[in-house]
Design a binder for this molecule. Sequence first.
Ligand SMILES: C[S@@+](CC[C@H](N)C(=O)[O-])C[C@H]1O[C@@H](n2cnc3c(N)ncnc32)[C@H](O)[C@@H]1O
Length: 429
Amino acid sequence: VSYGWDSATAWSRPASELSAIAELIRRASGIALRPAQFSSLQAALARVAPGVDPADVLRLASDEAGGTAILTRLIDEIAVKETFFFRHERELAAIEWRMLRSAAQDAGRDVVRVWSAACATGEEPYTLAILACEAFGGTAAPVRILGSDISETALARARQARYAARSVREVAPARRDRWFERAGAELTVRRELRDLVEFRQVNLARDPIPPQGEERFDLIVCRNVLIYFDRNAVQRTLVALERALWPHGMLVIGAADRLSAGPPSASSRPRRAPVPDRKPRSSPPRRPAAPRKPAEPERERARNLDAVHAWSLEATIEKTALLIEREPLNVDAYFVLGVAQLAADDPAGAVVSLRRALFLDPEFGLAAFKLARAHEALGDRRAARRAYLRALHSLRPDDPRNAALLAQLDIADVAVACRMRLADLGGAP
Ligand SMILES: C[S@@+](CC[C@H](N)C(=O)[O-])C[C@H]1O[C@@H](n2cnc3c(N)ncnc32)[C@H](O)[C@@H]1O
């Protein structure tokens, strides 16, 4: 479709209209389109309103009363819906289904409530259903899974539960045989799994969280959508998702979402300051036998943690809180803030910060350890026990992410401390 712009001179007017349309999309969905993506927006406009001038689309879409329909269709067109079964399975491996169940049971509920927020065509919630069934060893797993997305067309496909080979490319043959039925060239998800999952439309940027009529959740998986949001929408969504969890609940964010926050800018990076609550330097720090050379993001993390060396607790808390405002997905900032809050006798604040660190990096063993300390300080033995167990699961001596803390802490000592505390709290690891 041609809009009749055949020269560079014609570009500036539509470009400003395109940015006005992009702004409407951002406000309605949180999705931030950069100018480099305006050609995709232009193509989406051509599909939604063929032959219509962008200025007219803008007028239509801005109309309070009737603009929603065209905006909804535009958002549906520009939203990236790429997904597949068992996508980044490692992120999902951190889910401790049995622990979630026992925490739910402690709270008087028999079913683990799961929300796959922004699930596109459904592969993620069905993957969660498979993992839950495998964890509980049967087909009638005690879970209820809600899959939601802004896109009704994606949800319609999710409800059909019928997938082409591309969607199941990461599914091992044994799992395919177990959980799918052949439907010509495609595969259909088996009824037992489908019965565990329901779908509804939810716009994370606009709708209530948890969605209207829903209770809180034990597990929320929200992956590969925050990367498309502007910073404010990321911040708002994260806070809202966290509030939509039961106190023991777990939030899983995609690694790509975390990386999209980008490394801290030079000006925002703190200078050297001590990690509060550190181990006395009576003996030389032990180091892991052969730490592998950290990859770039890991080196960045090491620099962040290493940076906390000279400020007072107050300054550390204030500056990391400011850093978090700018970088709501900065795992290390939440960790440092939590450690400082714990040292400053604010265990409730520490719980919030350290849980956030763990939402962003479920395998951050030290954060789990500090979280357990904070729960203990609050007298919540059950939560402390869960966090110590989680720390034990994820603490690895050769994990380069711990490198920056080895001057103060020895990972083996942390594991010993976890076991001792667990023995005290009445639970063997
Ligand atoms: C790349 S897919 C991610 C699917 C799945 N979570 C995964 O990781 O494989 C991103 C999804 O986010 C949805 N989305 C974008 N903006 C949204 C919003 N404001 N609320 C809910 N879903 C949104 C898109 O429609 C798309 O289906």
